[in-house]
Design a protein around this ligand. Sequence first.
Ligand SMILES: [Zn+2]
Length: 428
Amino acid sequence: MIPKKYELEIKINPKKRKIKVEGNIFLANHKKMQRGYFDLHKSFKVRSFNLNDEETKIIKKEDLNTIAIRPAVKRYFFEIPDKRKIKININYSGQLLYFPEFGETNSELFLDDRIDEQRIELASYSVWYPQFCDFGELFSYDIVLYIPREYKMVTQGDQITEKIFNNKSITRWKCEEATDIAVIGCSDFNYKKEESDNISYEAYFTDLPEEFIKKDYEQTVKTYNYFEGKMGSPSKNKITFKRVFSPKKNGQGAFQRGGMTVFSQGYILDLLNKYPEINLLKGNAHELAHMWWNFSKGKHDWINESFAEFFCLLALKNIRGSNIDDNIKRYQEAVKKVGKDTHCLYEHPLSNSGDGMTIRYLKGSLMLYEIYDYVKEEKFFELCKGFYKFSKSMEITSHIFEQFWTSRVKDKKENIENWLHLKGSKPL
Ligand SMILES: [Zn+2]
């Protein structure tokens, strides 16, 4: 089942570390499945569950095998009537289980999501809202957040209203094309807003120097303009970049949800201590490129990552004047080190563990570089633009990638096939 829309009322009590959620979820059941499931944070208690306005029994619950950054998930199975459209009404509450932040210790399980007095961070990792399928499906959301008034909150969506009532801030947010409902908040967020002709920029941070934020803004404008110039605008509306520096010490360096990037502020502060002149162009350009490269799901996700990574190299070349050959050499060295039986690009599962990142990001970039180097920059972007447009009309898989690129760059057909189908570091 595929979620189409979430309408949730979310009450958060940072002092008690509690969350209470109630609302409707609209789903499509095109395959007319008889049995459905949803995943939810393991320690939450489901108080009521209705399907198409009828109270529905959960027929089975089971703890899911944990993966490092999704450490506490319970799966709930239920029966579904033979309907293509489904409305679920659910009411649940609880506290997030505690795990160290990503990279904080040597432990095997991590969770950056938190509800405490210092910060609120909720994203797909904790499975704080019901999830019905693998990550990557697009849905819309319309949520109302109830938070103590001193907290400043941000989500990927647009803020529609804000009220203060009983010392609570009640804000409503809408988002049309989301893959996650990520909600970040802090009681002492600083907020900075900038505007250029074609973008808005908002930064949320507590301890970063204003100078850093200023540079980040300028660089975001430059990188975005470069990509937009080559690929066209990814949206009909003016794009807002939300740069959220979540006040965690460790944690994942950054993750992207549409125009919102959530950084670990501690990670950035560490970098600034070591390299005061650092700017985030490399990581930023990769994340920014995902505004275009975000359409392939599951094991085909390497297409998103390879394009984002290669576009990042092009941004470094064109904005900072970096030598692309030096970067390519580094990528080749890294790819040469992967195990000889590591999955080929075409079949690589959606995972960055082991050699996953090297294959999905770097090996794919090497393939794109070979095409780029052969057809040269102008033609390369023309093809990229065509491929991107193509993604609007169908689901792009490894197979479609192969068909598209081998039929348009015929002289490199065999090389592209080798990059896609050979295991390990081959054809290097
Ligand atoms: Zn990426």
